[in-house]
Design a binder for this molecule. Structure first.
Ligand SMILES: [Zn+2]
Ligand SMILES: [Zn+2]
Length: 711
């Protein structure tokens, strides 16, 4: 896509004395104060026979360290009313389409960019740590590639009713940053006209270069693209991204940017027999892993965890090849001190990280052992086989290549995108029907409602007291005009009740919810949040919810955890959960603005996954657990009565399932167990206290007899 001159801030660039020209190599238009017929893209410079990067050994501008560069950004942009905000976690929990934050704009997608939710500040500046796993080969080679880096995001969100600034001011601020902030001479600066497209949007953008180094890209999110036709967006956004490390690199003129990003880590690695590339890879990969683990991500064989395990294993591989005994946790400790931009890293629980890494190392060693055997037996190495080897045996393509270097790894092997969560199928045509008024949120269990429509055996009412099956919580059942309700589901914001009856439109009907069932479901749901809080306290903050189901006769909570959980830990979690019940903690439910909730409680509120909308429903168990949740809860933990953990098992790599019961279901379960024990005592003809000893005795003698019997 190409835009004409008028789509760029040409007036401002003119006024600042820059001249527009066309590059004789790449044909792109660019602005500069030099009399040159080629742009400053490093490839075009090479074609013009000048050095790719002209600043190496010949620094440009005022010398800056890594952290000083951020301070200069802040100083200049504060002058232009920008508010610096804290980074977002690298795990994009607020989104259901990606795992990791790859650019600062990810923080504000989809709801801020669409105009639905207000940004945390406007305009703003954010030092966002971003992960990129597609260029790992180049880390340590090019001097500028990383698996994780700090992207400075400059963002302004222009709404129809509130304009902040767009192209002309945008480029003026950048010019100001470069010349007054970093003291780069005017004639060194090149502005390139370019365009971008993504996510159905498009627009012009301006990249800025100095001596072949791209210092940033200011994108103007201006158009929506509908069948190759461009339409103006309602919310126009400035999306400027710049790699922070490039500023100290340019102004020091060092050979690579790595030397200024993690000099202490590299110096520490100097004592080992490693190549420069290996040292950089170790420094970069461990920094990426460290921040991901700090943000509660875990390596695994599924989803984004693939990528973390991959880079961790690349580290293990380097150490294995060189036969080095180097503790990666030591490197992370250096990062925690060296990475001054993120002071929160100083509060890392390194014990947990150590444990995670040693689990992973054990798995890696075992995998290598198995791999040698299995690979010998494998003939073909197509994508399907590679996936199977990975999923069944944990053998990554990298391990295969260690053993068979000639194997080619398909590029799409590691996925960075979440497989779009399959939205519940929309089967009903609900056009023109109003949103159902939801009385269950007021704790109601009976009401009179008007029939709006009957579709097959489903009735739609103007309001309801029936909670629909959603968020892992089973639906309410009961009666509508004396007829049994068989199922309750939700589509968009409309609730459908399945009944064995035909109801006339316009008729008023009586709704009655089975209160006993409702109470049990609420107890199970509140119990899930209580166990969640308990598990995090026992296992560590990485123990985040991976899924849940709450029915009347059974319930479970899936959690991320990196190893098999011990009996001891299970007992501790159960005890802590029951203590929380005894402490009678209040459970508060509020609807609050999304940004406010994120600011106040952090991104851990998205335990149950990304939730849509401007206002989100927050369930807050006082000083225990806070989650965005749409389920029904009791008002105080005491009302859960009791929690019994029935069983804990591993259901996936890095995911455990805690099966539990609460309230009456828990009492009934304990009674059942008691009865079984009584029956056993009767059969063994002993007291209940003696059942264990008696059973053991009996079993031992049975084993002995069996042995003799066989001979
Ligand atoms: Zn060019
Ligand atoms: Zn919940």
């Amino acid at each position: 896509m190409q835009f004409g001159k008028e789509f760029y801030p040409h007036k401002t660039l003119d006024r600042l004395g820059f001249k527009r020209a066309k590059c004789k190599f790449c044909s792109k238009f660019f602005w500069s104060k030099q009399n040159r017929d080629f742009c400053d893209d490093d490839e075009c410079r090479v074609r013009a026979n000048i050095e790719r990067y002209g600043f190496i050994g010949r620094p440009i501008g005022k010398r800056h360290s890594y952290i000083e560069s951020w301070y200069t950004w802040v100083r200049v942009f504060k002058k232009f009313n920008h508010t610096p905000i804290k980074r977002y976690p690298v795990i994009a929990r607020w989104r259901d389409d990606v795992f990791f934050v790859e650019a600062s704009i990810y923080n504000f997608q989809p709801y801020v960019v669409s105009g639905e939710v207000e940004p945390p500040a406007n305009p703003l500046l954010v030092p966002q740590f971003c992960l990129r796993f597609n260029d790992l080969e180049n880390v340590g080679v090019t001097g500028r590639h990383y698996s994780g880096f700090v992207m400075i995001g400059e963002h302004a969100f222009n709404y129809p009713e509130k304009f902040i600034y767009f192209k002309d001011k945008g480029i003026y601020y950048i010019y100001n940053l470069l010349t007054t902030g970093f003291k780069i001479p005017d004639e060194e600066i090149f502005f390139h006209e370019d365009s971008w497209e993504g996510g159905g949007n498009a627009g012009p953008c301006i990249e800025f270069f100095v001596q072949g180094l791209e210092l940033g890209n200011q994108v103007y999110m201006q158009f929506k693209k509908i069948n190759s036709e461009l339409r103006e967006l309602e919310t126009k956004v400035i999306d400027m991204g710049a790699g922070l490390e490039r500023y100290p690199w340019l102004t020091t003129g060092l050979k690579t940017s790595y030397e200024i990003v993690f000099p202490k880590t590299l110096k520490f690695l100097n004592q080992f027999d490693l190549s420069y590339q290996e040292r950089v890879k170790l420094a970069d990969y461990t920094r990426t892993l460290f921040i991901s683990l700090f943000d509660s991500a875990l390596p695994s064989n599924a989803g984004g965890g693939y990528n973390l395990r991959k880079i961790l294993r690349l580290c293990f591989k380097i150490l294995r090849n060189k036969n080095l005994n180097l503790d990666l946790v030591e490197l992370m400790k250096i990062h925690s001190r060296e990475f001054e931009l993120y002071p929160e890293l100083k509060n890392t629980d390194f014990e947990i990280i150590k444990d995670i890494l040693s689990e992973e190392e054990g798995k890696y060693k075992q995998t290598i052992k198995n791999a040698i055997k299995i690979i010998k037996k494998t003939r073909e190495f197509d994508l399907q086989t590679l996936r199977k080897l990975y999923e069944s045996y944990g053998i990554t393509p990298e391990i295969i290549r260690e053993i068979k270097p000639e194997i080619k790894i398909p590029e799409n092997f590691y996925e960075t995108k979440k497989e779009k969560i399959k939205k519940e199928e929309k089967i009903f045509d609900l056009v023109d029907l109003p949103e159902t008024e939801k009385l269950y949120y007021q704790g109601k269990t009976r009401t009179i409602a008007k029939v709006l429509k009957m579709i097959d055996s489903y009735v739609i009412l103007d309001k309801t007291v029936f909670y629909p099956r959603s968020g892992g919580q089973d639906c309410d059942l009961g009666y509508i005009n004396g007829k049994q309700v068989l199922d309750v589901i939700k589509q968009d914001n409309i609730i459908l009740h399945k009944i064995n009856d035909k109801l006339k439109e316009g008729k008023f009907v009586e709704l009655l919810v089975d209160e006993k069932r409702r109470k049990q479901l609420m107890q199970h749901h509140s119990a899930a949040h209580i166990i969640n809080g308990a598990a995090r306290r026992i296992l560590g903050k990485h123990a985040q919810q991976a899924g849940a189901e709450k029915r009347i006769d059974k319930a479970h909570l899936d959690m991320f955890h990196y190893k098999k959980i011990s009996e001891d830990d299970i007992e501790k979690i159960e005890e802590l959960a029951n203590n929380c019940i005894k402490e009678s903690r209040e459970i508060l439910v509020t609807f609050i603005n999304r940004m406010e909730a994120e600011k106040k409680y952090g991104f851990e509120i998205y335990q149950g996954g990304a939730v849509p909308g401007k206002e989100i429903r927050i369930v807050n168990i006082k000083d225990w657990d806070i989650e965005a949740c749409s389920g029904l809860h009791v008002s105080n933990t005491a009302l859960v009565g009791k929690i019994v953990i029935i069983r804990v098992k591993k259901i996936q790599d890095a995911v455990i399932r805690i099966e539990y019961l609460a309230g009456e279901a828990a009492e009934a379960y304990l009674k059942k167990i008691e009865k079984i024990l009584d029956e056993c005592a009767k059969i063994l003809d002993c007291r209940v206290e003696e059942v264990y000893e008696k059973t053991k005795e009996l079993f031992e003698s049975w084993k002995k007899n069996k042995k003799y019997g066989r001979n």
